[in-house]
Design a protein. Structure first.
Length: 158
């Protein structure tokens, strides 16, 4: 396997959060305001750790970042370039495979799975929270554009 090469363009990725991201916090605040009580990052099956778990409702919530999980509206539209291009492509493919596997594992364990995109949360956290409490996933639409919601992928590796 090839090794990652450190580049100036990728230096800002070193401190990138995996948990307690801004969209997660926004959704958690909205859920709490709606009266929901939940657990964070609780493993519900081997290889399946949702961002938020509502045990009393058996709802597992995955907050998917627009950039890293390839939102249909905000995903990367140009191919990667540079010395790590193939590694980035492989990483994004693994992310999508892991998302599919986690969803299947949660369903198999008897949980309702809600995958919610960062852009949906940023557009309206209260609506996103209401959908979570109903066990519904809201798909991003073409109405949500890059100009309306800041993409966290800006300045990401090229």
């Amino acid at each position: 396997m090839r090794q990652w090469q450190s580049t100036d363009q990728g230096r800002h990725l070193r401190g990138r959060r995996k948990v307690n991201t801004e969209p997660e916090l926004m959704l958690r605040r909205a859920l709490h305001a709606a009266g929901a009580r939940f657990r964070l990052h609780r493993q519900i099956a081997f290889g399946c750790t949702p961002d938020i778990v509502l045990p009393s409702r058996r709802i597992a919530v995955f907050v998917d970042g627009d950039y890293w999980h390839s939102c249909p509206v905000h995903r990367r539209k140009t191919p990667f370039t540079g010395p790590n291009a193939a590694l980035w492509e492989a990483k994004f493919q693994r992310n999508q495979e892991r998302d599919t596997r986690s969803t299947e594992l949660a369903h198999a364990a008897g949980w309702t799975v809600v995958r919610i995109w960062e852009c949906v949360i940023r557009a309206d956290p209260q609506t996103a929270a209401a959908a979570v409490l109903q066990g519904r996933t809201i798909e991003p639409t073409a109405i949500i554009s890059d100009t309306e919601i800041p993409a966290t992928g800006e300045g990401m590796p090229s």
